[in-house]
Ligand binder design. Structure first.
Ligand SMILES: [Zn+2]
Length: 272
């Protein structure tokens, strides 16, 4: 399985086109296809970045139309770099498109069709999960702290324990995020990864000459967490795109700081 780029209604986005994913509308946004001016140009989906509510709402409508998801039932968190998985049971939990989420959590899960789970990122790693057998979807935001804490693992664990999913049935899509080419860190990041993954973290940590800095593969570490949760490696699709390398396609928090928009990843169960 792989993640490809497509364009619908003039909005480019990324998704897994494998037929097994057909029951879940899903996608990762780029910065293209929206209405916002610089520094939010143009598809800013972050309602807390300083962009106007009207433009954020229009950008959401465009992205939902491209993905095939429902703008009236977008559910958002207030992301806090943790591993809390928030179950959604009703469309009543939807947040207006122009307002930020307030519930402190980094992951969402539901078995209710028609609810659009949404997480935000601009270098952090967005992870979407779908069980086509038990009909459950999940979304997680994992920066380095969430990756170290195992946010993706927690999401898969909740799907297994609370929703009856068999890990072997779960499909995963890991979206565009900062990649080892650009993610240079101090020792805190490798230490965090080791504290979560143990020796399994080593393939995702590369010391740089001098020994004080490292390059870290957060997408690889999230894929590893999903395998620890029982997912099959061939069910895990990983985007090769680096948000810091491609300023034409993405905002990068590392490159731009606070003067930027936000991308989003969405997933929604289709049908009834
Ligand atoms: Zn890069």
């Amino acid at each position: 399985m792989e993640i490809i780029q497509t364009v619908r209604h003039g909005v480019p986005f990324f998704f897994c086109n494998h037929p097994a994913w057909a029951g879940a509308a899903h996608g990762f946004s780029s910065r293209q296809g929206g209405v916002s001016p610089a520094p939010f140009d143009s598809l800013n989906l972050g309602a807390n970045r300083g962009d106007t509510p009207e433009r954020v709402e229009e950008n959401f409508r465009r992205f939902c139309a491209a993905v095939g998801s429902t703008p009236e039932t977008v559910v958002k968190n207030h992301q806090v770099h943790g591993k809390v998985v928030r179950p959604i049971t009703s469309p009543e939990e939807a947040v207006p498109l122009s307002q930020p989420g307030t519930f402190p959590a980094d992951a969402l899960v539901t078995d209710v069709p028609g609810i659009c789970l949404t997480v935000f990122s601009a270098d952090c790693i967005p992870v979407l999960l779908y069980d086509p057998v038990h009909r459950v979807v999940g979304a997680a935001h994992a920066g380095w702290r969430g990756t170290a804490a195992g946010a993706a693992y927690e999401l898969a664990r909740v799907m297994r324990e609370d929703y009856g999913c068999a890990p072997a049935d779960i499909l995963a899509a890991i979206g565009p995020g900062i990649s080892p080419c650009c993610f240079e860190t101090h020792a805190d990041v490798p230490e965090g990864l080791r504290s979560g993954l143990g020796e399994a973290a080593e393939p995702f940590i590369r010391p740089l000459p001098g020994g004080e800095k490292f390059r870290v593969d957060l997408k690889g570490a999230n894929a590893r967490w999903l395998q620890e949760a029982g997912l099959s490696p061939d069910h895990i699709a990983v985007s090769s795109l680096c948000t810091a390398c491609r300023p034409d396609l993405f905002w990068s928090h590392r490159r731009l700081g606070q003067a930027r928009g936000s991308m989003a990843a969405m997933i929604e169960l289709r049908g009834k």
